[in-house]
Design a protein around this ligand. Structure first.
Ligand code: ATP
Ligand code: MG
Length: 221
C-alpha cells in the first residue's frame, strides 16, 4: 500500500454565491478548483493542489460536515452558523462575502408597529427559527414561529403568517411580492469554519491557507 505523505485537506462549500465568492480567496492561497460545480455532477471536486479537494454540500449542511471532521474546513453564512449553534467549530475569519441582512418583513399595509404595541400575537414564517425566536424574545414581541424551508415571501400573501424573517440583499424579491422590511435583525456575511481537531493535526497545511484567506478577505470589508 502506498502511504499518503501530504495530509488531504477537504473544504466544504455550497454551490452558488458562496462557491463563486470563495474562488478568489482560494486563488489567493494558490488553490484553483479545476471543475465547475454548476456543470459537473461530481460532489467531490479536485483542485490544482493534489492535497486539497472541495466537497459541494447544501449551505445549511456545511457546519455539520466540518463539525464531524468529514471536511477540515468550510465556508458558511452567519445565518446558517447561528442556527447550527457552532459546536465543534473554530470560526477564525469573517470572509466578508455573501453579504446580506436578516430582516423582518410584512405585507405592505400591515401595521407591524401598532400590532407590536398592542401586544398582538404574530405568526411568523422563517427558515431561521432559533435566531428569530431570540430576536423577538429580546424585543418582547409575542410570536408563533412556523418553520419553512423556502419561499418565505409567500407566507403573508396566502394568509399563513403576518410576517417573515428572511435574508434580504437588494430587496427586489420583497418588492416583487409587495412586502416591506420593518425590522433589521442583523448583518450577515460568510465565515470560515475549521474543524477543531484538524486545526491541531493539520495546522502546518491549514495555517498558510487561513492566512491567505484572511488577507484576501480584508479587501471585501
Ligand atoms: P438552498 O438554496 O440549498 O436551500 P440556501 O438558500 O441557504 O440553500 P443560498 O441561497 O446559496 O443557499 O445561500 C447560501 C448563503 O448565502 C446563505 O446562508 C446566506 O448566508 C447567503 N445569502 C443568501 N441569500 C443571500 C443574498 N440575497 N445575498 C447575499 N447573500 C445571501
Ligand atoms: Mg437559496
Amino acid at each position: 500500500m502506498t502511504q499518503q505523505l501530504t495530509p488531504q485537506l477537504t473544504l466544504a462549500l455550497s454551490k452558488g454565491r458562496i462557491f463563486e465568492e470563495t474562488l478568489p480567496l482560494l486563488k489567493a492561497a494558490g488553490i484553483e478548483v479545476t471543475e465547475d460545480p454548476e456543470t459537473s455532477r461530481k460532489l467531490i471536486l479536485p483542485t490544482n493542489d493534489p492535497a486539497v479537494r472541495v466537497i459541494i454540500v447544501r449551505a445549511s449542511d456545511v457546519p455539520t460536515y466540518v463539525q464531524y471532521g468529514a471536511a477540515d474546513f468550510g465556508v458558511a453564512g452567519k445565518d446558517v452558523l447561528l442556527e447550527h449553534g457552532g459546536e465543534g467549530l473554530y470560526q477564525p475569519i469573517d470572509l466578508n462575502i455573501a453579504k446580506c441582512r436578516l430582516s423582518v418583513a410584512v405585507q405592505d399595509g400591515f401595521d407591524y408597529a401598532s400590532a407590536v404595541r398592542q401586544g398582538a400575537r404574530l405568526r411568523v414564517v422563517t427558515k431561521y427559527v432559533k435566531t428569530a425566536r431570540e430576536h423577538f424574545a429580546a424585543k418582547g414581541v409575542h410570536v408563533d414561529l412556523i418553520k419553512l424551508y423556502g419561499s418565505m415571501e409567500l407566507g403573508p400573501l396566502v394568509g399563513l403568517s403576518d410576517a417573515i424573517v428572511d435574508l434580504v440583499s437588494t430587496g427586489g424579491t420583497l418588492r416583487a411580492n409587495k412586502l416591506v422590511e420593518v425590522e433589521h435583525i442583523m448583518e450577515i456575511s460568510s465565515r470560515l469554519v475549521v474543524n477543531q481537531a484538524a486545526l491541531k493535526l493539520k495546522r502546518e497545511r491549514l495555517q498558510p491557507i487561513l492566512e491567505a484567506f484572511e488577507k484576501a478577505s480584508q479587501a471585501n470589508a
